[in-house]
Design a protein. Structure first.
Length: 254
């Protein structure tokens, strides 16, 4: 019987696709996000049991484990997908919004891993999928905070994967490149201010390739052949060259 999966940020985009594809594989799911109406609609469309927890993880991550406990479920797969970005010159950001971004993209995944991993280890089985980003693989001017939070998520996941090797609990990071979701609008991009990053793929493809990689015990995945090869080609470059490339790609267009 597939483990119950808890998916954060399940109301849209990649999180919604994780919920749909995990349910199609037979997993019961716990759907977590701020927008209860969207979660309820999604829950009604899934073929397995789906329970809804409306929660703002930037403020309430520490409360989520008790909320889940009240549902009477044992979480066997944790998908830490919730997150958002900010864009533009750092000093033009709202400081409070950037602090919220760090809490959600970094602190929340640590909090939830602390909460749900011990029982997985006791059972000798389970898994964690942390959604990071190719943005975390290099510094990105004009997405400085977002890229740094995803570097945290990637490095944290790599270390945790190694610590838990052989335990029966598998930890993997997902590192998408450009994916058309609500993320771009929230981050402040528009049709007039778009990104010139190669390799755009759908949220459906991101999740499909990610679950296939998870089945194989992979430590991390970059979904999509084009962005995967782009990252491989640029990764050996000196940091100064990476900064020149990303500064030109992400510089706001006037």
């Amino acid at each position: 019987m597939p483990e119950t999966a808890l998916v954060t940020g399940a109301s849209s985009g990649i999180g919604e696709q994780f919920a749909r594809q995990l349910a199609a594989r037979g997993h019961d799911v716990v759907l977590v996000a701020r927008r209860a109406d969207r979660l309820e609609q999604l829950a009604g469309e899934l073929p397995t049991e789906a329970q809804v927890v409306a929660c703002d993880l930037a403020e309430e991550a520490a409360s989520l484990p008790e909320m889940v406990k009240q549902l009477g479920v044992d979480v066997g797969l944790l998908v830490n997908n919730a997150g958002f970005g900010t864009s533009g010159p750092f000093l033009q950001h709202d400081p409070g919004r950037d602090a919220e971004q760090v809490r959600l993209n970094c602190e929340a995944i640590v909090t939830l891993c602390h909460a749900f991993l011990p029982e997985m280890l006791n059972r000798g089985r389970g898994g964690v999928i942390n959604v990071a980003s190719t943005a975390g693989m290099q510094p990105i001017p004009y997405e400085s905070v977002y890229a740094a939070t995803k570097a945290f998520a990637l490095n944290f996941t790599d270390a945790l994967h190694t610590e838990l090797r052989g335990s029966g609990v598998h930890v993997m990071s997902v590192n998408p490149g450009p994916v058309p979701t609500e993320w771009q609008e929230v981050a402040g991009y528009s049709d007039e201010r778009s990104l010139s990053v190669p390799g755009e793929i759908s949220a459906e493809q991101v999740v499909r390739e990610s679950l296939e990689a998870f089945d194989k015990g992979r430590r991390s995945i970059i979904p999509g052949r084009t962005i995967r090869w782009f990252i491989r080609a640029t990764s050996p470059s000196p940091r100064a060259l990476q900064l020149r490339i990303t500064e030109r790609m992400y510089r706001p267009k006037k």
